[in-house]
Design a protein around this ligand. Structure first.
Ligand code: ADP
Length: 482
């Protein structure tokens, strides 16, 4: 199916229920990372259009907030069903603009839809509280109310799920939202709006603005009508948005970078550990914020693990995401390829050994070979910085205390993983890891039912699960004198 035949393909932004161009008439190109071909254009919008979107979201708020939870839930449920009905259309668009293999795109659409389903259900369970009063003639109640107009700025690595993980709880709670998708992957966001409209979500409740990240981001973080901003992306931009939001004490949720350790203890099931490391490292060509960045293997099993892992990495098939045989697609751009190369060169210069891959892939300028480095020293850049590409570095360790110290020696604290069987060790290590999420004997932790988020420089707040809706609610305490 060509992109032009895709019924969900739109090249306009979605503001107040209208499909519109930029005031300036200017647009930006979106390309296919697999081929470099231009797929289409989206409007290059800025401050003025963003301000109008905020006003539209403000106008839509009273009626949306006033619906019963069940009414909002029904519309979200319909949106969820439409997303699944159009899973193939959405997946095709995603692979074209993002590059990930089609099987991963289909998986992401199911994952994206799951947040809408989950929060359609949670909408009906926003319970308040009654508290035994401090005086005989008083009664105390706590109610939860929607925060109001909210905004989301989302990245290119999960073009659909990072939107629904924010829009789902926002709409369920009774908030309205303005979304700024990444400029590399706006078509997935716009396609979701086609389906939201069809699901009966009223004009102004959801808006997608495309264009200048710095202008749109500045307006969303400084406009006083926006009461909450949720961002997923780099720590650098997250810190900037937090700073811009500070003068108004605007509520901010941040889901930022990670530097995930993956620890293999000597009592681990090595075949399972290899499987876990492979899926967590190389999913989306290493471009997820929960991707393994550092693999620590204990002395006694180091050689055995390295051998099995190398055999598995060498088999990974690189290619265009539309090819059903592809397991590793292109990276998002040439800059991403350059970063992988820098991390490899730095590790090799410090004594690491290359045992698999290590070079740009013959398929083209955005492709890189799945790479494995062994005997990487702790001083290598890859020990401190997120690679965001298909490079796995192996580090050796001796004791539990030593590896915990190494695993925690980073300013990040998003995902972590370890493989072990000893029950005492499982509890000790789980509690000692300074991370928001710990995968134990598994490399896959993402699900709509569990709280996703990081500590330290990896973020603020949690998304998904029963906790995820709290970020879109305010508590109000009522003190009633009898
Ligand atoms: P990545 O390195 O994953 O591209 P970024 O943090 O640069 O992460 O981008 C994530 C999102 O933040 C994208 O939607 C991008 O357009 C947006 N963004 C980039 N720069 C800014 C900025 N100065 N203000 C607001 N948003 C920004």
């Amino acid at each position: 199916m060509s992109i032009a035949q895709n019924p969900l393909f739109r090249q306009q932004a979605y503001l107040d229920g209208q499909w519109i161009a930029a005031d300036s008439g200017q647009s930006i190109n979106v390309d296919n990372p697999a081929t470099g071909a231009i797929l289409g254009q989206v409007p290059k919008m800025g401050t003025a259009e963003t301000r109008r979107a905020v006003e539209a979201a403000q106008r839509a708020l009273p009626a949306w907030r006033a619906l019963t939870a069940k009414e909002r839930s029904a519309k979200l449920r319909r949106w969820f069903e439409l997303i699944l009905q159009h899973q193939e259309h959405l997946a095709q668009l995603m692979t074209l603009e993002q590059g990930k293999p089609l099987v991963e795109s289909r998986g992401e659409i199911a994952y994206a839809a799951s947040f809408i389903e989950w929060f359609a259900e949670e909408a009906k369970r926003i319970y308040g509280d009654t508290i035994p009063a401090h005086q005989a003639d008083k009664r105390i109640l706590v109610i939860k109310q929607p925060i109001g107009v909210t905004a989301a700025i989302t990245p290119w690595n999960f073009p659909s799920a990072m939107i629904t993980r924010k829009a789902g709880p926002a709409l369920a709670a009774g908030c309205t939202m303005i979304i700024k998708p990444a400029s590399q992957t706006p078509f997935s966001a716009l396609a979701l709006m086609v389906l939201a409209e069809e699901a009966g979500i009223p004009a102004g409740v959801l808006n997608v603005i495309t264009g200048s990240a710095s202008e749109i981001g500045a307006e969303l973080s400084t406009n006083p009508k926006v009461r909450k901003l949720s961002f997923t992306g780099s720590t650098e931009i997250g810190a900037k948005l937090l700073e811009q939001s500070a003068p108004q004490i605007k509520k901010v949720s941040l889901e930022l970078g990670g530097n995930a350790p993956f620890i293999v203890f000597d009592d681990a099931n090595l075949d399972e550990a290899v499987k876990g490391a492979l899926s967590s490292k190389y999913r989306n060509a290493g471009q997820t914020c929960v991707c393994v960045n550092r693999i620590y293997v204990q002395d006694a099993v180091y050689e055995a693990f390295a051998e099995k892992f190398q055999a598995a990495v060498a088999k990974l098939r690189v290619g265009d995401g539309l090819d059903p045989n592809t397991e590793i697609g292109p990276l998002i751009d040439e800059r991403a390829v350059a970063k992988v190369q820098e991390h490899i060169a730095d590790a090799l210069a410090q004594g690491a050994r290359l045992v698999c891959g290590g070079h740009p892939h013959a398929k083209g300028s955005r492709y890189f070979e799945p790479t494995l480095l062994v005997d990487v020293p702790d001083s290598a850049r890859v020990a401190r910085e997120e690679t965001f590409g298909p490079l796995a570095p192996l580090f050796r360790f001796h004791t539990e205390e030593e590896v915990i110290e190494k695993a925690n020696a980073t300013e990040f604290g998003l995902a972590s993983y370890f493989y072990a069987r000893d029950l005492g060790r499982v509890f000790r290590v789980s509690e000692a890891l300074e991370y928001g999420m710990v995968g134990i004997n598994t490399g896959l932790i993402s699900t709509e039912v569990a709280p996703f988020g990081g500590i330290k420089s990896s973020g603020l707040g949690r998304e998904g699960s029963k906790y995820g809706i709290e970020d879109y609610l305010e508590l109000k305490y009522l003190c009633l004198g009898l």
